[in-house]
Design a protein around this ligand. Structure first.
Ligand SMILES: Nc1ncnc2c1ncn2[C@@H]1O[C@H](COP(=O)(O)OP(=O)(O)OP(=O)(O)O)[C@@H](O)[C@H]1O
Ligand SMILES: [Mg+2]
Length: 310
């Protein structure tokens, strides 16, 4: 069971989109996957089509009431993918967990019991557990890092992308030292990348310079299908299987699994479709092209207090 936490305390960088679509792309590869929604916003659960307003039990009960993970699992439209959902109930969990003994490892222990339970009942084991973290570094995120073997950090290729990374690396180090020595930084994924702007590629170069070797080769491009899919309760692989968004997340899954990457070969028809998609993406994008001079200033300003890979 390979457990990966998708974490970045910065909001709106693409954590949930990555957690859901990476999990689906792994399921599409025939793997058995559990997605744990650790965010009280419940976005990952909704994205997978779970009705979070009618849950009898959720990840909240696992963390605060000793309910077993196996009791909260919800099916999804993918055979190999189940979800441990969350909703607004989870927002009080951090306060409730504060006085619990071993509060940092509640999720880890629940996962150990789930794995044992599946084995005892001779049910197929899980290959992957993907944890969608909230945009904060509180007890919920610590539980994810304590349970995980790997942390994957989505970063938006925009101004301030690297801000806050030193704090995240500090927390990862403390968790490694005190709770989970086997935790490692699996990689950084550039998300929501507007490939047409110079700013995006300059920020990407910046990220690569600070985290050489762990920046994934796969880039998740800005793609309107990725933004539309959640409102249909579908992963992008179902909603728009041929879109750039689906392509990028399939590629990320391959890279994550250590499989060779698929080189894109475009024919004329594809190019035409891409143009239409790009128009949509441009419309969905608030800021389009900035003055180049301004961009350079922005990059310089962004080069302040930067972290190094942990
Ligand atoms: N590659 C992309 N192209 C277009 N839209 C995207 C892309 N990735 C994410 N989005 C959209 O951007 C918004 C933020 O993404 P997402 O919810 O995945 O970020 P997050 O880091 O999980 O946010 P939060 O910190 O609130 O949990 C969502 O509306 C999502 O649909
Ligand atoms: Mg999210």
């Amino acid at each position: 069971m390979r457990i990966v936490a998708i974490s970045n305390q910065k909001g709106g960088v693409g954590k949930t989109t990555t957690a859901v679509n990476l999990a689906a792309a792994l399921a599409e590869q025939g793997r058995r996957v559990l997605l744990i929604d650790l965010d009280p916003q419940g976005n990952a659960s909704t994205h997978l089509g779970v009705d979070i307003y009618r849950l009898e039990t959720s990840i909240y009960d696992v963390l605060t009431r000793g309910v077993e993970l196996s009791q909260v699992l919800q099916p999804t439209s993918w055979d190999g993918l189940v979800c441990a959902p969350s909703n607004i109930d989870l927002s009080s969990a951090e306060i409730e967990m504060v006085s619990a003994v071993g509060r940092e490892t509640i999720l880890k222990e629940a996962l150990v019991r789930l794995e044992r339970d599946l084995a005892e009942k001779e049910l197929p084991a899980l290959d992957f557990v993907v944890i969608d973290c909230p945009p904060s570094l509180g007890l919920l995120s610590i539980n994810a890092l304590a349970a995980a073997r790997e942390i994957l950090v989505p970063m938006q290729t925009e101004f301030f992308a690297l801000q806050g990374m030193s704090k995240l690396m500090e927390v990862v180090e403390v968790v490694q030292q005190r709770i989970n020595p086997s935790l490692r930084l699996a990689g950084i994924v550039a998300c929501r990348m507007d490939t047409r702007t110079r700013l995006a590629s300059e920020v990407l170069e910046d990220i690569a310079a600070h985290f050489p070797e762990i920046l994934y080769e796969t880039r998740i491009r800005q793609n309107v299908k990725l933004a539309e899919a959640p409102s249909y309760g579908q992963t992008v692989l179902e909603y728009a299987p041929e879109s750039k968004g689906a392509e990028d997340y399939r590629q990320l899954a391959r890279e994550y699994l250590g499989l060779p990457l698929v080189i894109e070969e475009e024919d004329e028809e594809d190019e035409l479709e891409d143009e239409f998609e790009e128009e949509d993406d441009a419309a969905a994008n608030d800021e389009v092209f900035e003055e180049e001079e301004e961009e350079e200033l922005v990059i310089e300003a962004n080069n302040g207090d930067l972290p190094s890979a942990g």
